[in-house]
Write a protein that binds this ligand. Structure first.
Ligand code: NIG
Ligand code: FE
Length: 413
């Protein structure tokens, strides 16, 4: 079946099947007054500028009228923790009293509160809540989404979470990419003996996850008071040995050396990087590690903003993601992070567009199939209530999606 998106005022897309870095980060192809043809879910043809025409009577199955508006690739959210039970609105009061994120975690709250609730939840409850979050994401333009486990922290509960994530991918239009993050926190029952917990992650969880093919990546929270650099290395190397590509939560709250480790283990991505040092960035650049930046989390935790421009200048490919989770960033939409990335990182709209499409896709190993509007890729696109890129990044705080097309099907709008 063919779908035509006609009457596109401006089509804006990065180009290619790998992450764009350096000057390439801001290279966006712009096509005016054009159309796109999608066949059996994949893009067949992208018109040239000025070739917009009326397709009525051409026998095509579905014609979507973009009404002269902006069209971009569907957004790829490369970092989320959306599979959980246990929102944490009670922590707002702690925050207002001046308690930090790590203070709350040390008191047994934070991630550990959500862990308690997630352990109690049946798999169906987790799937149902996940579907709601994915619905919100799709309505805000996200067509591919990475989802991390990490609120189970026992072998059984991590497997339950990853099975729920697999079901989400089966029932929802959004493409779901699974990451194992058993090393998200040291659970209360292992308090003070993190080495034993690391052993459990490596000897039991990772082999089981790999055997059931429940995840593509292995992530770890490398942070003061959570997992040390040495523990993180042990976990990521073990994941690699079992076929899981390494990702790492690095330098989110303190500068511990996670970025250097990302370079050393040749991680596909290092994420957060708020406090990354020059050495860390050099190690990442040398190993072509993608920086997944999470500006919504800096805003929500009252932390500084990552040095995104420095990263681009050093030739590190930058992706921007939501970090959606119940603690440090309870927001499913990628649109506010896009605005913040522009205004606080001072990246251009073109650089941010690459960050939330092609580079996000590369960070989850999907840049061959999505992340740009080119023949051969999936027909994943957003029609925005905006005439051009500047408008999309200047207007903020409201949902600017008009229509979402996923693999050629109009799923929103
Ligand atoms: O990316 N830092 C660890 N994980 C999440 C927060 C998860 C939570 O607070 O529930 C993050 O910030
Ligand atoms: Fe995170």
């Amino acid at each position: 079946m063919a779908t035509i998106i006609k009457n596109i005022g401006l089509l804006a897309t990065p180009v290619g099947i790998v992450a764009q870095k350096g000057e390439g980060q801001g290279n966006i192809e712009l096509v005016t007054n054009t159309y796109v043809v999608i066949k059996d879910g994949f893009i067949e043809e992208v018109g040239r500028s000025g070739t917009s025409r009326d397709w009525t009577g051409t026998g095509q199955d579905e014609i979507i009228d973009a009404q002269g508006l902006l069209v971009t690739p569907g957004l790829v959210d490369a970092h989320t923790h959306l599979l959980f039970s246990g929102w944490r609105q009670q922590e707002l009061a702690f925050k207002l009293q001046g308690l930090s994120y790590l203070d709350i975690l040390a008191k047994g709250g934070g991630i550990l509160h959500t862990v308690e609730q997630t352990r109690k939840a049946a798999i169906d409850e987790l799937v149902n809540q996940g579907v709601k979050s994915l619905d919100t994401m799709l309505a805000h333009g996200t067509t591919t989404c990475e989802v991390k486990s990490g609120y189970g922290l026992t072998a059984e509960d991590e497997l339950k979470s990853l099975r729920a994530i697999r079901q989400l991918g089966q029932v929802h239009a959004v493409d779901v990419v699974p990451t194992f993050m058993g090393a998200h926190a040291v659970p209360v029952e292992y308090k003070g003996c993190s080495a034993d917990y690391v052993r459990l992650v490596c000897e039991e969880m990772i082999p089981k996850v790999a055997r059931e093919q429940l995840a593509e990546f292995c992530d770890v929270f490398c942070e003061t008071g959570v997992f040390t650099v040495a523990e993180s290395e042990q976990i990521l190397e073990c994941g690699k040995h079992h076929g899981l590509l390494p990702k790492i939560h690095a330098e989110e709250i303190t500068a511990l050396g996670g970025a250097e480790l990302a370079g050393k283990v040749q991680a596909i991505s290092a994420e957060h990087l708020i406090h990354a040092t020059d050495n860390g960035l050099a190690a990442m650049a040398a190993s072509e590690v993608i920086a997944v930046l999470l500006p919504g989390t800096s805003f929500y935790l009252g932390e500084p903003f990552a040095r995104a421009k420095d990263m681009v200048d050093r030739g590190i490919a930058v992706a921007v993601a939501s970090d959606f989770n119940p603690g440090s960033c309870p927001n499913e939409s990628l649109q506010i992070p896009m605005n913040i990335a522009c205004l606080k990182y001072r990246l251009t709209p073109e650089q941010v567009l690459t960050a939330v499409t092609l580079n996000g896709a590369a960070a989850v190993n999907r840049s061959r199939v999505t992340g740009s509007i080119e023949p051969g890729k999936q027909g994943d696109m957003v029609i925005w209530n905006a005439p051009d890129l500047n408008f999309l990044f200047y207007h903020w705080g409201v949902n600017q999606v008009k229509t979402v097309v996923k693999q050629g099907r109009q799923v929103i709008g």
